[in-house]
Design a protein around this ligand. Structure first.
Ligand code: FPP
Length: 249
């Protein structure tokens, strides 16, 4: 034992339980930029850095899965220059983030309907997957949902299950909740325990609809580009004071 020992508090980050899976709706980038007289894309750029910081912090404190909403199936309706800016951000960021986060032991994954993304971004996502695979199945995982919509995901799962029934591989009476879970983009991960939405908006916006059945929600006015590791600590402390009953008493 050293000469100086630090007395640890019960709620010190290193002493408390953490959720296994945290998800975030990264909201407020546009307002963050507007407040500074900057174009909206500047907010997305800082938001991407916040993703990297918080994803790495999650790994460091023992959160196994961190999942964020980066581009929804509805975001194509935004002005073309903003859609282009977000695609360019993915272009310049995805592989680079996957490599730097690999060094920190975090596997970056991309979830969503990727079939309609530009070819070069899809190729980059394939490389991101290869980098993540090198960390093995037990690595802490940070997933970016791109062209993701909860309803779209469930529709695609239903289609895949219908195909299995049509092919005679599955009887309708054998379809269970687990069958649906297994056909979602998130099949390989547990449901989120905690879903955080910054920026003061209080809705789910089509994010992880099936998976959030028993998730705890945490809302904060902080805008995503301003979101700090201390804000994550506050959300986790709040989560740890909740009484999760999963429909029981
Ligand atoms: C919502 O804020 C945010 C988005 C639609 C995009 C989120 C994307 C990022 C943070 C970039 C992530 C990219 C990588 C590569 C990690 P908003 O634009 O709706 O903000 P507002 O409600 O203030 O207008």
């Amino acid at each position: 034992m050293g000469l100086f020992t630090r007395k640890k508090k019960d709620n010190a980050p290193e002493n408390r339980p953490v959720p296994r899976h945290i998800a975030v709706i990264m909201d407020g980038n546009g307002r963050w930029a507007k407040k500074r007289g900057l174009p909206r894309k500047a907010g997305h750029k800082v938001g991407a850095e916040t993703f990297r910081t918080i994803a790495t912090y999650c790994k460091d404190i023992g959160v196994q899965y961190f999942t964020v909403y980066a581009f929804s199936t509805e975001n194509w309706k935004r002005p073309q220059d903003e859609v282009d800016a977000l695609m360019n951000l993915f272009r310049s960021y995805l592989k680079e983030a996957a490599e730097t986060m690999f060094e920190r032991g975090v596997a970056v994954r991309v979830l969503g309907d990727l079939t309609v993304l530009p070819e070069d971004i899809r190729a980059q996502i394939a490389e991101v997957d290869e980098i993540a695979d090198r960390l093995g199945p037990d690595a802490a995982t940070a997933s970016l949902c791109i062209n993701y919509g909860g309803r779209d995901e469930i529709k695609n799962a239903v289609r895949a299950i219908a195909q299995q029934v049509k092919a005679g591989e599955l009887a309708p009476e054998d379809i269970t909740e687990d069958t649906i879970t297994a056909n979602l983009y998130t099949a390989h991960m547990p449901d989120p325990d905690l879903i955080i939405r910054p920026s003061g908006e209080i809705r789910t916006s089509n994010f992880l609809l099936w998976q959030s059945a028993y998730s705890e929600y945490y809302f904060t006015d902080v805008l995503w580009p301003d979101f700090k590791t201390t804000d994550l600590d506050a959300a986790i402390d709040n989560f740890n004071n909740r009484n999760r009953r999963f429909g029981g008493v």
